[in-house]
Design a protein around this ligand. Structure first.
Ligand code: GDP
Length: 320
């Protein structure tokens, strides 16, 4: 259902995870839209897994709106190496933020999940009603189960307390401020970093994990940020809603695009010893389109500005 319920620009909006890829993009976007009371706290000052601390923070800030963009995230390697933390940290973070928001009678909340909540072999493009219709992709099922629990919490609070809480499932996001960690990052920032290093070193070849055949969809994070506000103002349903770009490409095609963007001219070698993960992850975005929202940044443009950010911050990126 389309609602059209504008949010007052002086509302107190708490963005959890406001220094992460998605949270920082949402912060920038809301500022650009005239919001004057944005609230956020770094993980160094507030550990969102610490329930009493989260409740005290909510006592202090008294938010009107909550955007829950905090999560422990990572690529295929990180997800399959640290499943215990991906499950436990994410469950605790979202439970604490949502319970505190409920205790403070926050009427509007947006919970952000991920396209990996859908079954591994869901029919493509993936519709929202594929949720819980089949087994998950094993490489990220711990993370997925945590996010599915978040969707359920949003629905349960709506049912029991009548709040206008919603959840949205973004496809693979990328952009300025991403994690470019060599092993733990997602594919796009990983390739930007590795291909750039290879181009600088004049290496004859560079490795790409897996077969190159899996297909992924990529959404520029500023588009996700505009979708977040759009949904808070225009969507009020219990079902989660997909936020995607609308088309996908193979990892081999992505590697070519990254090579062109960073200026790597050597050979691209697939490392078949690394996992492929799910064969395809393309979201059906027809519900978002019907509401009146579409992604506007092409992959080529988004990749160019991501690379530009990477070049400027290259020296200070984390390696562990
Ligand atoms: P996924 O979408 O949950 O599978 O997560 P990723 O973004 O980590 O991986 C997407 C696909 O890219 C998988 O098929 C990976 O094997 C492949 N891939 C190729 N090279 C890399 C790399 O350097 N890092 C990562 N994370 N994935 C890579």
């Amino acid at each position: 259902m389309s609602t059209n319920a504008p949010i007052d620009r002086s509302s107190r909006v708490y963005i959890s995870g406001h220094s992460g890829l998605v949270g920082s993009a949402i912060w920038r976007y809301l500022e650009s839209q005239g919001f004057i009371n944005l609230l956020g706290v770094s993980s160094g000052q507030l550990d969102l897994r610490d329930r009493p601390a989260v409740f005290s923070y909510f006592d202090a800030i008294r938010p009107d709106v909550v955007i829950d963009a905090a999560a422990k995230v990572g690529g295929i390697h990180a997800n399959s190496t640290y499943p215990a933390e991906f499950l436990s940290d994410n469950l605790q973070i979202q439970l604490n933020v949502m319970d505190a928001a409920n205790a403070h009678n926050v009427d509007r909340l947006l919970f952000l999940g991920s396209s990996c909540i859908y079954p591994r072999l869901a029919p493509q493009p993936i519709k929202e009603d594929s949720l819980l219709t089949g087994p998950l992709e094993p490489t990220n099922q711990a993370y997925a189960v945590a996010k599915i629990a978040g969707i359920m919490q949003v629905q349960a609070v709506r049912t029991q307390y009548g709040r206008r809480w919603i959840s949205a499932m973004p496809t693979n996001l990328y952009g300025p401020g991403d994690n470019f960690h060599p092993q733990n990052a997602h594919v796009l920032p990983s390739l930007v970093r590795r291909f750039d290093a290879a181009a600088r070193a004049g290496s004859p070849s560079v490795e790409v994990w897996g077969s190159g055949a899996p297909r992924r969809e990529f959404l520029y994070v500023d588009d996700m940020a505009s979708a977040a506000l759009f949904l808070l103002e225009n969507y009020d349903e219990p079902e989660t809603i997909n936020v995607g770009f609308g088309s996908d490409l193979s990892i081999a095609e992505l590697a070519q695009l990254v090579a062109g963007t960073v200026g790597f001219e050597g050979r691209i070698v697939q490392d078949a010893s690394k996992p492929d993960g799910t064969p395809q992850k393309l979201l059906d975005v027809s519900r978002m389109k019907a509401l009146g929202w579409e992604a506007s940044t092409s992959l080529a443009d988004g990749l160019a500005s991501t690379f530009e950010w990477f070049r400027q911050h290259h020296a200070s990126l984390r390696n562990s």
